[in-house]
Design a binder for this molecule. Structure first.
Ligand code: AMP
Ligand code: GLY
Length: 436
């Protein structure tokens, strides 16, 4: 089978690596990909907003399946574009339809979906220019802190946790009256603040059945001890020790099963990953958000622990036969630590040569991967001549598998010690709550 991966991050490198293990794979293409994905397939340089270019690439390369990494093309309707095109509609697309992708693309849609299906989440109300004054009054009387969420996609910046009413009202005004987040913030969800520990849970669904993947915890803040600005993710670990069996049973019964039932009942076309951003409040799971894709950096630990043939899982997903699949999980622990460009998530420079130390030798990479279950996944990298240079904020995600989370973290850190680029920074406390 010829497969095209859409995306260019460490998540997509991890998927390229995992798919490449399958005997069912013939040729792999990644668009646009990065310097790492070249190890496993051919990169195609195109913009993910350019559906015509994606179509051309699919026809030219006899693509039979497309896996969509990031949310943007999904929210913009790439699935529907394939289904509605005579030359593309036989291609299996792993990802939801535009309507179903609203579970991530519109907070208001997601909240209403959860209400309809009795899925535990924070109490909320939504406002726009039409009921603005009512919104101000609602915020004034709301317990603190209060959470404001721009309805649409806002590059991860659309959620504000306000500690006082004045700040909350000012932000609310900025969103609705001054278009702080553009069209994405024209509607605002105001919700209750939930206190607890977060975790990420993933299911692959065919719209009727689902399989559960290993859970993970990511570290979003840039600074040591979860301080500083939010980022795309500075690292992740899996499993999550507090997600014990009885808790995960509750997650399945109260959240995952009702979500999949809701998708089926509402006849949403959904063949892809559902990412449940959860919070454990006392001992109860609640939904903070849905994403219509896999997480990044969570994929860089989850895929390391998944033993199944991923091409086979995707085929079963596209045929509506996930009930025939049984997930096999490596019982070891995985950790990933992300090396970022200096200045990230603020301004940073690109084009810095990356010195991979002894890892530059492909044989060394093969040896350490075979011995220790270590993978250096590329994010913002590209090949320039015969050098690999930085090409983004998050540059590399160094992942490792070992018997304990602490050991997996130490392995990642040892590898990071081999790597250098100007301005390189990583959090050396990933998994701190769990490292023994
Ligand atoms: P989201 O973009 O919905 O993932 O929100 C970003 C982050 O804001 C989440 O990962 C949480 O840390 C935090 N957050 C969002 N909603 C709430 C809430 N209702 N209570 C507490 N924290 C929240
Ligand atoms: N790591 C969080 C995300 O992928 O959205």
């Amino acid at each position: 089978m010829n497969i095209l991966i859409l995306g260019s991050g460490a998540r997509e490198h991890a998927f390229a690596w995992k798919l490449s293990h399958s005997k069912l794979l013939t040729n792999l293409f990644i668009a646009p990909g990065n310097a790492g994905t070249l190890q496993f397939g051919k990169n195609i340089n195109l913009a993910l907003t350019d559906f015509a270019a994606i179509k051309k690439a699919c026809i030219a390369n006899n693509i039979e399946m497309v896996f969509v990494g990031p949310e943007d093309p999904l929210v913009n309707g790439v699935y529907d574009f394939f289904k509605n095109d005579k030359r593309l509609n036989q291609i299996a697309v792993i990802g939801p339809s535009q309507e179903a992708a609203k579970l991530e693309g519109s907070k208001s849609y997601a909240k209403a979906f959860m209400q309809r299906h009795n899925i535990p989440t924070a109490a909320y109300k939504e406002f726009d220019a039409g009921n603005y004054e009512e919104g101000i009054l609602y915020i004034k009387n709301h317990a603190l802190p209060v959470v404001l969420k721009a309805d649409g996609l806002a590059a991860g910046k659309g959620v504000l946790i306000c500690q006082n009413h004045i700040e909350a009202m000012a932000e609310f005004e900025l969103m609705i009256q001054q278009s702080k987040f553009g069209a994405a913030g024209k509607k605002v969800v105001v919700e209750e603040f939930l206190k607890g520990i977060e975790l990420s849970v993933f299911a692959l669904t065919d719209g009727k059945h689902f399989v559960l993947l290993p859970e993970a915890k990511d570290y979003k803040r840039v600074g040591i001890g979860d301080t500083g600005l939010n980022t795309g993710g500075m690292g992740a670990v899996s499993p999550v020790p507090f997600a014990h069996e009885t808790f995960m049973q509750k997650v399945v019964e109260k959240i995952i099963q009702p979500t999949i039932n809701g998708i089926q009942k509402e006849e949403l076309d959904y063949k892809g990953f559902v990412f449940f951003g959860l919070i454990k409040v006392e001992d109860e799971p609640m939904v903070i958000e849905y994403n219509c894709r896999m997480g990044d950096p969570e994929s860089e630990v989850v895929l390391l622990r998944l033993k199944n043939d991923l091409v086979q899982l995707f085929i079963s997903c596209s045929r509506g036969e996930l009930d025939k699949e049984k997930i096999e999980i490596d019982q070891r622990c995985a950790a990933t630590i992300v090396a970022v460009s200096g200045g990230y998530p603020g301004e940073y420079e690109k084009g810095k040569p990356i010195d991979l130390g002894y890892l530059e030798n492909p044989e060394s990479i093969k040896t350490i991967e075979a011995e220790g279950g270590i993978m250096v996944f590329h994010a913002g990298t590209k090949e320039e001549g015969n050098e690999i240079v930085t090409n983004g904020g998050r540059v590399l995600a160094v992942s490792a598998l070992s018997d304990t989370i602490g050991e997996a973290i130490e392995l990642s850190k040892n590898i990071l010690g081999q790597i250098y680029f100007e301005g390189m920074y990583f959090r050396d406390d990933i998994g701190y709550e769990f490292a023994d």
